[in-house]
Design a binder for this molecule. Structure first.
Ligand SMILES: Cc1cc2nc3c(=O)[nH]c(=O)nc-3n(C[C@H](O)[C@H](O)[C@H](O)COP(=O)(O)O)c2cc1C
Length: 244
């Protein structure tokens, strides 16, 4: 059983290649995209804050609108669907409230148990400490000072300014993107992640605030051989894997 799973996973990983030219006579069924987005949502993410949104660019009109924003890349031009993977660090208060309500809903007889108290503490104290940012960067500076001071005495997650918060949300969003791409491969179709797009124009087209950032836009379609640009080229295992 285990070996079968491992073999299937190997097959999916090997099957996934970035494809830049899709067969436009084949429309990828909506169910494939929906299932893959449902799987993407199950991806690991920082503090389970789920500071992400996935914009499914589905209609021909919208695909035509986003193609130039993806710099007219062939993979966008020929795509059957596209999905923008978006980070929403601005939604942290909403997510914090959601977690708090979930924990409180589980509380019985008005008395949170030890684990629930810890979780409440985490979401109502640590999360605001980690996610609050202001225009002048003062909260980021305070965070740097506090975390660097504590870390003089014990190991501590180093927290800094807004760029650190951005890294946190982009990491999680990229994991969701990878789950999505592997799922599409498992469904028998192809993808190409794109960072070659106009961030400002694409964000505007999605009606998003400045604090939201598109991590990548992923094209989906039935890949063609022409769409694969050469052999899969990777550095040798020993150059990138360091056993310590
Ligand atoms: C974050 C990210 C952004 C990328 N942006 C583009 C892009 O804009 N256009 C493109 O053709 N490929 C893009 N790629 C695909 C990479 O070029 C590709 O993954 C790499 O060459 C390895 O090939 P493989 O995906 O077939 O294994 C991107 C990949 C990642 C992870």
């Amino acid at each position: 059983m285990e070996n079968n799973l491992s073999d299937s996973f190997q097959e999916i990983v090997l099957r996934r290649r970035s494809n830049r030219n899709y067969d436009q006579t084949v429309q990828v069924p909506d169910e494939v995209i929906q299932r893959s987005l449902e799987r993407a949502i199950l991806s690991p993410n920082s503090s389970n804050m789920q500071l992400w949104e996935f914009y499914w660019i589905k209609s021909r009109d919208q695909l035509n609108k986003f193609t130039p924003l993806c710099l007219n890349q062939q993979t966008a031009r020929t795509a059957s669907h596209m999905v923008a993977f978006v980070t929403r660090r601005d939604l942290w208060k909403r997510r914090m409230k959601w977690h708090k309500e979930n924990i409180l809903n589980e509380v019985q007889h008005n008395q949170p148990d030890k684990y629930q108290k810890r979780m409440l503490n985490y979401y109502t104290k640590l999360v605001p400490f980690a996610y609050t940012n202001d225009f002048f960067g003062l909260t980021g500076l305070l965070r740097t000072i506090v975390s660097n001071t504590i870390s003089l005495f014990r190991p501590m997650t180093r927290m800094g300014g807004v760029s650190d918060t951005k890294i946190v949300v982009h990491k999680s969003c990229a994991l969701a993107a990878q789950t999505f791409m592997l799922s599409i491969a498992a469904e028998g179709y192809e993808t190409c992640p794109m960072e070659g797009f106009d961030q400002v124009r694409a964000r505007k087209a999605l009606g998003l605030p400045r604090s939201a950032e598109i991590s990548m836009i992923i094209s989906v379609g039935k890949g063609t051989e022409k769409g694969i640009w050469g052999e899969r080229l990777r550095l040798p295992y020993n150059e990138v894997v360091k056993v310590i």
